[in-house]
Design a protein around this ligand. Structure first.
Ligand code: GLU
Length: 298
């Protein structure tokens, strides 16, 4: 096998129908293209993640019949690798609070959602002052990438060429509980694990240009991206626990595993298929429905 795909859930709750659909599509893409398929537990956000939740998610994926290769990688064990990557990157300290950033990004020429660069050009004296002010509140500065571009183009299997904003995004979060930022961890780990195929929800499409740019700065290959529509709840927002019995565990109270696989397969355009091996035989990434899937209850 050459190359690898992956599923990289954040362990902050049981997997629901939408998560399972994304995991299944990632598995199908990898297996269909002869790649290995890896699992990565994205537990850098220690406040929201738990090992128990990770174990339950892994159990759920195995219950569904998804198979993984190699060892499971836990981001909580990867601090040294993230620190080593940070050493290679041009960074600067940022002392802004969320409120500072919101206010600055309301300025007439600001790009919505992008960091306006407030701390990029501070003098050493100003930095020392702000660092001391933060320290007095028990906080540390964030570290941001000193980006040399404002946009980057990736290629997405479904969207084609996609150009998105690149700002001076955070690599290490500051505050009272500093921690690694998702964009750094995901890029370092995809590189480390040899992931060359990223299949995930299209809520992350707008992050892909930043991640691809970061990969290029770190000398890592940029993976092939496929962003797929999320499953939406009845109100049109992304499916969530409040939408009813949406987790695999809840679904399995009244339904069998083949029922759930069948329901997933139907959303992929293959009604009547209720086994993963069969699904893999018929799966064609080109045929995947491009529209959002609406959940109509269990
Ligand atoms: N951990 C992210 C999530 O659960 C996915 C990250 C990725 O696939 O790149 O939303």
């Amino acid at each position: 096998m050459t190359g690898a795909g992956r599923y990289a859930p954040s362990p902050s709750g049981d997997l629901h129908f939408g998560n399972l659909r994304t995991a299944l599509i990632a598995w199908l893409f990898a297996r269909h293209s002869g790649r290995s398929f890896l699992l990565r537990v994205e537990d850098i956000d220690t406040g929201r993640s738990s090992l128990e939740s990770a174990h339950r998610q892994i159990e759920d994926l195995l219950t569904l019949g998804l198979t993984f290769d190699g060892d499971i990688l836990y981001q909580s064990s990867r601090s040294e690798a993230y620190a080593a990557a940070l050493e290679q990157l041009p960074v600067y300290e940022c002392y802004c609070s969320r409120k500072d950033i919101q206010e600055a990004s309301r300025a007439p020429h600001a790009i919505p959602g992008s960091y306006p660069g407030t701390c990029r050009l501070l003098s050493d004296a100003a930095r020392a002052q702000r660092r001391a002010d933060l320290a007095a509140q028990g906080r540390v500065p964030a570290l941001r990438l000193r980006a040399e571009t404002t946009s980057f183009t990736i290629h997405d299997f479904y969207r084609g060429a996609y150009t998105g904003d690149v700002d001076d995004f955070v690599l290490r979060r500051g505050g009272q509980e500093p921690g690694w930022a998702y964009n750094l961890a995901v890029v370092v780990d995809d590189g480390f694990q040899g992931v060359d195929q990223v299949v995930r929800g299209d809520d992350l499409l707008s992050s892909a240009p930043r991640q691809a740019y970061l990969a290029s700065l770190l000398g890592l290959p940029v993976p092939a991206y496929s962003h797929v529509p999320l499953v939406l709840g009845p109100t049109g927002k992304r499916l969530a626990k409040r939408d009813g019995a949406v987790t695999l565990r809840e679904m399995l109270v009244d339904h069998s595993v083949p029922d759930v696989v069948g329901r997933l397969a139907t959303t992929l355009g293959y009604p009547g298929v209720d086994e993963l091996s069969q699904l893999l035989e018929v799966f064609d990434p080109e045929e995947l429905p491009r529209d959002e899937i609406i959940w109509h209850g269990n």
